[in-house]
Structure formats: C-alpha cells, structure tokens
Design a protein. Structure first.
Length: 186
C-alpha cells in the first residue's frame, strides 16, 4: 500500500515517517521523499494515529490525487535543485514532465491553480534559496555556483538574485543573521 505525505522533503522527514510507521507495527517496502510503501493495509485506527503523529512534525498524509501530484512536482523540483540534476541537453519542463509522466501544460496549470504561483517562479525561489546556502558555505566562487545551479551566464545569477532578494550577492554574504525560509534540505 502506498501512502503520500505532504512536506516530506528531506532525510530528517523520512526518519520521522519511518519511526512513526515502526511504532504502529507497519513494515516498509520503500521510503522515498513524499511517499512510502508498506506491506500491510493500514487500519482506520492506525491511519488516525499516523496522521496525528505526522501533523506534530509538520507533515500531512494526503489522499487527494491532485494534491499528491502537486507534492510530486515540488519534490522533483527540490531534488533537481539540491542535487543539481539538470541535464543540460533537456529543458526543465521536459525533465519534469518525464519524471511525473504527465504533460507539462497540465502540470503547470494544476500547479498554478493550487499554489497561486507558476512552476517557473517556484523553481526560481528555491534556486535562490540554494544559492544563499552556497554563498554562506563560501566554498565556491560565484562562477562555480552559477554553473552548478544551471544559469546561462555568470551575470544571470546576480541579476536574478537581486530581483528576488533586493540584495546583491556580496550584500547577502555580509549579512550576519541569515535564516532560511525553507526548514529542511534534501
């Protein structure tokens, strides 16, 4: 039986889900970001207890097909950004469409309808969050970060960064109290 879990976007989330399933005596077949497959059927009582435990950790058990699809889109985006899975010969819409196995136009319309923003904007916001992280680590040059994040030129990254944050990359690096807007990383 497959279960779909909203906000399960990092390894710490996977650990929480695994522990909660073990507490309920349920056996895992597979545990991936956003979904878990168990051997048994989950009883109504187990489902209720599992939902409550997940909510305490900021996670949510999903059963609506459209919400599940939106969450799958987000996970593909986050994995692509955080692990630099961007084949240069394939554009991102093709990559997403192939991963989710739906037409990109349908995915884009559904995402906009439910999230109130475009997939493109969502990708940009999360790319900039990842860039902030890389800038804080201070291990890569701006050129290396631009290349790693798939920007078409070194100039494109600072321009987009400024549009999103209202700061230059240098100003950002000089900030002392930076807090991520996303709680977890893959």
């Amino acid at each position: 039986m497959k279960l779909y879990i909203k906000n399960m976007v990092c390894h710490c989330c996977k650990t929480v889900v695994k522990q909660e399933l073990e507490k309920l005596g349920l056996n895992l077949i597979a545990l991936n970001l956003g979904e878990v497959e168990i051997i048994e059927e989950i009883s109504t009582a187990q489902e209720k207890e599992f939902k409550a435990a997940l909510l305490q950790s900021g996670l949510e058990l999903m059963d609506d097909k459209k919400n599940i699809l939106i969450e799958r889109i987000k996970i593909v985006i986050l994995i692509s950004i955080n692990h630099s899975i961007k084949p240069s010969y394939v554009n991102f819409s093709e990559h997403l469409s192939k991963q989710i196995e739906y037409d990109y136009t349908y995915l884009a319309n559904l995402f906009s309808q439910f999230e109130g923003t475009t997939i493109e904007r969502y990708v940009i916001i999360h790319k900039i969050e990842r860039v902030k992280e890389l800038l804080i680590y201070d291990e890569l040059s701006l050129k290396e970060i631009s290349y790693q994040m798939g920007y078409s030129s070194v100039a494109h990254l600072p321009n987009q960064f400024k549009k999103i944050t209202n700061l230059t990359t240098s100003q950002f690096k000089n900030l002392k109290n930076y807090n991520r807007t996303t709680p977890c990383r893959l």
